[in-house]
Structures are given as C-alpha cells and as structure tokens.
Design a protein around this ligand. Structure first.
Ligand code: GDP
Length: 331
C-alpha cells in the first residue's frame, strides 16, 4: 500500500490517501475538494493522490441514471440506495449537472434531495462540482468516481439530467446507463427524439403506481422503439421495466436486472473491454482538452487569432489556410 509514488506525496497527502483507503469520509470529501479545485498546485497534488489511489480502484458497479427533471431520479436513487444498503452494500451517489455549468446554481445539488440516504453512514452523496465547462465537470466526476472506489464503495451511482451531452458523458463513465421515463402515452416519450435512448442499457418507466395501464403502454412503446435500434451488444437487448420509486415497488427487480447485465457482459468479456475503451477515450479527451488549452494560450496564436478570424470572416483567406497557419505555432 505504501509503494505507489511515495516521493510525490507530502505527508498531508499521504494522510489523505490512507484515510480514503481506510474508508473515512472526511479524507474522502477533502480529496474530492482537492480534485475539484482549479488551483494549479491543488491539481498537481490531486494527480499524485489519484495515482496513489489508482491500484485500489475498479471494484464498484458504476451505474448511470438519467431522466428529465421530475421523472423521479432522486426518489428512485434514494429507494435504490437504501435497498442496496439493506443488502450490505455501500453506495456513493455523484452528479453531473449541466445546469450548474450554465447558471452556477444546481438542480441536482439540492441538499434536501435524498434525505434518508444522505443521513445513512453507508452512503456518500456528492453534488456536482459547480464550475467550469461540462467537460470539466464530467472530468471531475470521473476522478471522484475513482476515489469512491478506492474508498470501498460497492456501487457508485452517477446521476444526470437534461442536455444530451451530459448523458453521453455519464454513459462514457459508467458500466450500465439507465434511463428513467414517465409513463406518458403518445409520441412524446422523452429522449427518443434526442437520441438519448440509444445510450440506454436499461429503461425504466417510473410512477407506475399513478396509472398502471399507461405505464404498461409506455413500456410497450419503448420496447418497440428499442427494437428498432441496433443494440450496442449482441449479448444484451436493453429491457424496459416498470416501477414505482415512491412506493418502492420494483427496486429489487431493477437491481436484479443490473446484476444480469453485469453477468452477461462479464461472460462475453465486454465488461472489461468497455472499461478499457472508456479509459482510452478519457485519455484522448484530456489530450484534446490539453492541446486546445495550450493552443489558445500560445502568445503568437493569441496575437494572430483576432486578425485571422476577421480575415476569414471577410473572405480574405480560407478557414483551412488560417487554421494551418495558427496550428504551426504549436510546432
Ligand atoms: P427528479 O427531478 O427526477 O429528481 O424527481 P424527484 O425524485 O424529485 O420526483 C419528482 C416528483 O415526483 C416528486 O414529487 C416525487 O415524490 C414524485 N415521484 C417520484 N417517483 C414517483 C413514483 O414512483 N410515483 C409517484 N406517484 N410519484 C413519484
């Protein structure tokens, strides 16, 4: 446990690593705060802490949950979390919240959500980091997920709402992506038009207690819609479940389906392959972001960019020629 990059860690950061590995919540929260900090020195420390924690990650089932506001995400996650804790598991809940990027506020970060779960010692709930681009927020959440795994959580739930980008980000960091739907009949099943449903490994029609017939109709429609898509895996056709988060009906069936998925993907080797692919894609995201930042902060690029932008707008030069000229400064 003490052999990973010990020379990079100060004694304070070594204490953070040891505290996280000892499953203590304060060091866990402090480590996440370090990760979310925008200060360069904090980022350097966060990287070293993460490197030290990395050998202890990978042990959780990573579950993505999405759906429009009001569909019942927090009600569902609270019911699921309490169910999992009853089964002897420890549960972390993280959020990727696009609203916090746009407004500085947060839909998902509201402290009153998941009140029972947040008071449970086997649970850890962390609202979305509230600054930066969605890319930045999602990056922090990915790193936070790893820290939670090092802290021994058996299940990490990553929740998101709304715009397509955040759903893609969450599906790219989780093992199974679950989409919650309202039992609306008709054409307006949320997410079908936006292409979100293509990301789903599992679809849940919530609020079945209000009108079971409507929920069953929605289930049939969703099954038809899913049937028309090419499944991401030849070994898994995304099922559609109905449940009531409020009445805690169907929670055990939901979890059994998640476990079925894990078993099927593990048998075929796709479970690990997906994680390897996600790690690689993550690396490339970081490379792209790093190159972009380096490009934009380059003094000659900064000097020439306004001039060349104007020239492109006027039609005095082509976008390709301008791009080539600016990119040459990176050599
Ligand atoms: P979120 O915005 O997706 O997190 O949705 P919430 O969990 O806050 O739920 C929105 C509203 O729907 C709340 O008033 C919940 O009590 C209610 N709700 C959630 N799940 C159910 C359900 O299964 N049945 C019924 N009848 N209401 C529900």
């Amino acid at each position: 446990m003490m052999r990973e990059t010990p020379d990079l860690l100060s004694s304070a950061d070594r204490a953070l690593v040891d505290g996280v590995l000892a499953r203590q919540l304060r060091p866990l929260a402090k480590t996440i705060t370090l990760i979310e900090s925008r200060r360069d020195d904090h980022q350097a420390r966060a990287h070293a802490v993460l490197e030290a924690l990395l050998p202890h990650t990978g042990g959780a089932m990573r579950v993505g949950i999405s759906g429009v506001p009001g569909v019942g995400k927090s009600t569902f996650i609270e019911a699921l979390g309490l169910y999992l804790i009853e089964q002897g598991l420890r549960v972390a809940v993280l959020a990727v919240d696009p609203s916090s990027t746009l407004t500085g506020g947060s839909i998902l970060g509201d402290k009153t959500r998941m009140e029972l779960l947040s008071q449970n010692p086997a649970a850890f709930i962390r609202p979305s980091p509230s600054a930066g681009s969605l890319g930045g927020v999602a990056e922090k959440t990915r790193e936070t997920l790893l820290v939670c795994e090092a802290a021994g959580f058996d299940v990490v739930i990553v929740e998101t709402v709304g715009v397509g980008q955040s759903e893609t980000a969450v599906s790219n960091m989780t093992d199974i992506f679950c989409l919650l739907q309202l039992p609306n009949a008709g054409d307006d099943l949320q997410g079908i038009k936006k292409g979100i449903i293509e990301l789903a490994d599992l679809v849940v029609v919530n609020k079945a207690d209000i009108d079971l017939a409507a929920a069953t109709r929605a289930q049939a429609q969703l099954k038809t819609a899913l049937h028309m898509l090419r499944p991401a895996s030849p070994n898994w056709s995304p099922p559609v479940l109905t449940l009531s988060a409020l009445q805690k009906n169907g929670i055990a069936e939901f979890w059994a389906t998640v476990c079925d998925y894990r078993a099927a993907m593990s048998r075929s080797g796709e479970f690990d392959a997906k994680r390897r692919h996600q790690a690689q894609a993550w690396m490339w995201d970081l490379i792209d972001a790093g190159l972009r930042a380096r490009f934009r902060s380059h003094p000659q690029v900064r000097a020439e960019l306004p001039v060349l932008t104007a020239a492109v707008e006027r039609g005095d030069t082509t976008p390709a020629a301008a791009a080539l000229r600016l990119l040459q400064h990176l050599n």
